[in-house]
Design a binder for this molecule. Sequence first.
Ligand code: FE2
Ligand code: FE2
Length: 160
Amino acid sequence: MKLTDALLGEHAVLHDLFGHVRETAAKSGDIGEIRGAVAVLERLLLSHARTEETLLFCQLDSHLGQVGPLGVMRAEHRGIDDLLAAAGSATDIAALKATVNELLDLAQGHFQKEEGVLFGMAEQVLGEAALNELGDQWATARGVILAGAGPACAGSSEAG
Ligand SMILES: [Fe+2]
Ligand SMILES: [Fe+2]
């Protein structure tokens, strides 16, 4: 499986979580409940961004350079980090809600750029074989067993 397909799968789960956090921030009057939703988002979003930077962006540096689209993507990751930190330290519920909405707008716009532009560029410049190799590294890092790669599959085919 190509790394870009794996990252799109992570985006799909995060899109759902964005909706949940936006809805919680809009409806809840409980600062603890909103903070709890943001804490889950923070954990998954930081892990996703770290995975992108260590597996994909560093491979693209020599092709795309560190400015241009990659510079924008890295700057947006830092912007997301800053807004997560601001949400974590907000003590006023109105300020927290405003920060959460700003965070979600930035993250959703960022995902659209990756899905619409960056991942397509990655497929063009890296090619399928390299992306499949990076997909294997993604599976190892994420603890996912790819079909045909794990002993459970070999064992079940022998038993069958
Ligand atoms: Fe990203
Ligand atoms: Fe992403």
